[in-house]
Design a protein around this ligand. Structure first.
Ligand SMILES: [Zn+2]
Length: 293
């Protein structure tokens, strides 16, 4: 009897956790327990809005200091013993003033120091760290060496990169290029299952010009071994619950997922909506429409 792979359901970082700061590990944990999720997503962006500037005295795009972390994330007064997987979702370079500089070794050290400070604050090592590709002058080689450096720094954590529209890793071609480079340069790290890609379906759909045929072809050529998880949401103006009436051909995504689940022991699924009330509905959509082939 086949056991099938383990889907790790990741509770998305919804707006309700981010009022006047970034909330706490604990409230996400309790929500995850309530909704029967296996992991939580913790935002690890740089300073990203005027509220955070006000709270920390830093500027937009600044790397978080220890002090800033203690002001942005709530820490309970007494230590609660909790055990849950968490994923640090680092800065996606969504703003002009927060550039990812993987090409710069000193900047990379500052990025790693920030992650170490966050991990120290949460008193638990993350299951995965998600990074984003950024734009030029970064190169794919800069990204593979960053990923390798992160695996050395965080030996019990998976290092994942998310595709993003208009950045270096954006479609099936660049995903495969990255994956092949990782395999060539760091065969042992790849072999140990420590590095991979998180596929954001909506970002790929946007990148392929919202052309269903082209999108389908990209899904077909992505190296399935490279994909460790997916972000599922839809809506051109935001992160909402998908529907089979969406322009995204979800049936092709379902086939892709079905194949991924056959070859992976563990697979992350993040129903990446931005509102608490949409989490359940999005998970149900995934279970009923994408995983029930
Ligand atoms: Zn995403």
């Amino acid at each position: 009897m086949g056991m099938g792979p383990k889907v790790i359901w990741v509770l998305p970082n919804v707006a309700q956790f981010n009022k006047n700061g970034r909330g706490s590990f604990q409230e996400r944990y309790y929500e995850a327990k309530k909704l029967n999720f296996d992991a939580i997503e913790i935002p690890a962006d740089f300073i990203k809005n005027p509220t955070e500037v006000k709270l920390t005295g830093l500027l937009i795009g600044d790397v978080l200091t220890r002090e800033a972390i203690s002001k942005l994330y709530k820490k309970p007064s007494r230590r609660i013993s909790i055990k849950i997987k968490y994923i640090l979702h680092t800065d996606p370079q969504a703003r002009r003033d927060s550039k990812l500089k993987w090409y710069n070794p000193e900047w990379r050290r500052k990025f790693i120091e920030m992650l170490n400070n966050l991990i120290e604050y949460f008193e638990m090592e993350p299951y995965a760290i998600e990074i984003h590709p950024g734009t030029k002058p970064n190169s794919i080689k800069n990204i593979t060496s960053t990923m390798a450096e992160l695996t050395e720094e965080f030996p019990r954590t998976k290092i994942l990169i998310e595709n993003r529209t208009h950045q270096l890793i954006t479609d099936a071609f660049s995903m495969n290029k990255l994956w092949n480079m990782l395999r060539q340069e760091y065969p042992n790290i790849v072999e140990s299952g420590r590095v991979g890609i998180v596929l954001d379906v909506q970002q790929l759909f946007t990148q392929t010009g919202k052309n269903r045929i082209l999108f389908q072809r990209h899904l077909q050529i992505i190296e399935p071994e490279a994909i460790f998880g997916v972000h599922i949401h839809s809506g051109s103006r935001g992160h909402h619950t998908p529907s089979l009436k969406d322009p995204i051909p979800w049936i092709d995504v379902a086939k892709f997922l079905n194949n991924s689940l056959k070859i992976k022991e563990e697979f992350l699924i993040n129903p990446e909506v931005h509102t608490k009330s949409e989490i359940q509905a999005t998970r149900l959509f995934i279970e009923r429409s994408l995983l029930s082939l």
